[in-house]
Design a protein around this ligand. Structure first.
Ligand code: PMP
Length: 438
């Protein structure tokens, strides 16, 4: 255990962060993090997708340094600044026409979703919101209020919130049955206790990531979109984790064949810096309820970082790279499924992938302990990845968009070893228990 990790534990609230490993990071380059003890760790998480360009990307570093130097120190925060305007113009050009009204800039996926949740209610004069069981839209009160992830159990929900099932082909009897059951549920809700003309918006994740990297069945969201259009319900696409090229298309909602009214960006937008954006119709984003002036919203440094991220994604064809390397990575993970009984399902799109671990492939019982042990063992072997899922049993892959095929292959070899070690009982459960808080 290193010194920095101990100081972290003594000084920072354990509730304001997640520290999966007894390790401190002192640097990084590309897809690798450098630990305090000098070890190189291959990063298959990229901080839950935030480090979209990998670590220490020169374009990001130059943009940040340039903005700090040129923009009157980031101190003229209440005047128009060039990076924020350019970022907004870029985002408006990237979203569907129906969303291309105004851009609201924030610090995190949470504050952007929270603002949208408030604004859609006020602007439509409707009192209800639909969201999905298992959905994670943020960690602030307002974004938690429209989320359905069990990790937030006990947090008060919005008064008019209804949580609907997210179709899960793996657990709900295959894609077609899962889609049908979820649609039946939604239709029954709108025919009964939730009058559709009272619903302001539906929040969706194009891949339900923190809920378990669940890919919705083909066609499901087109049916949902038709229902929403019929009743004037706005569609909010939360692209915070899987947007901006990660899914192998620029917007993850493109896979669904739908056109949202509002698009929310975060995480990878800043490449690790705190910046988010909600892009939607002027009537919503300029509504007084969207007011949430926070002193450094839209600051030129973070805006310049986001602009550099978008430019780099385009210049280096990172959407195409994510699609290609993602396919390679998924193929390797499918081979692990053939080899390891623990692997129940491999799913995802592009570089947004999930591997669900189960104790038994028939019963599909969540292998929660084995998942934590695998993540810990992978870390010991030199691979960073975390887990997600409503039962904490899905390994999550959100590496930098710059990941190469060679790096993907190297990482999967480490994961292969980790899974073998867990199956053979070679991982020290006591050590894992200490960090996992069991
Ligand atoms: N939306 C989604 C889909 C997310 O995955 C997350 C974070 N896991 C958020 C919103 C919240 O983003 P942030 O942590 O930046 O506030």
């Amino acid at each position: 255990m290193t010194g920095l990790y101990e100081r972290d534990k003594r000084s920072l609230s354990t509730l304001s962060n997640l520290r999966f490993f007894p390790q401190s990071i002192t640097g990084g380059k590309g897809s690798y993090l450098i630990a305090e003890d000098g070890r190189r760790l291959l990063d298959f998480s990229a901080s839950w997708g935030a480090a979209s360009l990998g670590h220490s990307h020169p374009a990001l570093a130059a943009a940040v340094a340039g903005a700090l130097k040129d923009q009157a120190g980031a101190s003229h925060l209440s005047t128009a600044n060039l990076p924020a305007v350019e970022l907004a113009e870029k985002l408006l050009a990237l979203v569907p026409d129906r969303a291309a009204g105004r851009v609201w800039l924030g610090h995190s996926g949470s504050d952007a979703n929270e603002t949208v949740a408030r604004a859609v209610l006020a602007a439509t004069g409707r009192s209800r919101i639909l969201s999905f069981k298992g959905a994670y839209h943020g960690g602030t009160s307002g974004s938690m209020a429209v989320s359905g992830h069990p990790v937030q159990q006990g947090v008060p929900k919005a008064a008019g919130l209804s949580l609907i099932p997210f179709p899960d082909g793996y657990r709900d009897g295959g894609e077609a049955a899962a889609a049908q059951a979820a649609l039946d549920h939604l239709r029954a809700l709108l025919d009964g206790p939730v009058p559709p003309n009272e619903v302001a918006a539906l929040f969706l994740e194009p891949i339900q990531s923190d809920g378990g990297m669940i890919v919705p069945p083909d066609g499901y969201f087109q049916e949902v979109e038709a229902l929403c259009r019929r009743h004037g319900i706005l569609i909010v696409a939360d692209e915070v984790k899987v947007g901006l090229g990660r899914s192998g298309r620029f917007h993850a909602f493109e896979h669904l064949g739908i056109q949202p009214d509002i698009v929310v960006f975060g995480k990878g937008l800043g490449g690790g810096l705190p910046v988010s954006a909600a892009v939607g119709p002027e009537a919503i984003m300029n509504h007084s309820a969207a007011f949430s002036f926070q002193t450094v919203h839209g600051n030129p440094v973070c805006a310049a970082a986001a602009k550099a991220v978008l430019e780099t994604i385009e210049r280096d064809s990172l959407v195409e790279q994510a699609a290609e390397v993602g396919l390679h990575l998924k193929g390797l993970l499918e081979r692990l499924q053939e080899k390891h009984a623990l692997v129940g399902d491999v799913r995802g799109r592009g570089l947004a992938l999930g591997v669900e671990l189960v104790t038994d492939r028939q019963t599909k019982e969540a292998a929660k302990t084995a998942t934590a042990l695998t993540v810990y063992r992978a870390f010991e072997l030199g691979l960073i990845l975390y887990y997600v899922g409503v039962s904490s049993n899905v390994l999550e892959f959100t590496p930098p968009l710059t990941l190469t095929k060679e790096e993907a292959t190297a990482g999967v070899a480490l994961l292969d070893q980790a899974l073998s070690d867990v199956a053979a009982g070679r991982v020290d459960q006591k050590k894992v228990a200490a960090f996992a808080g069991w």
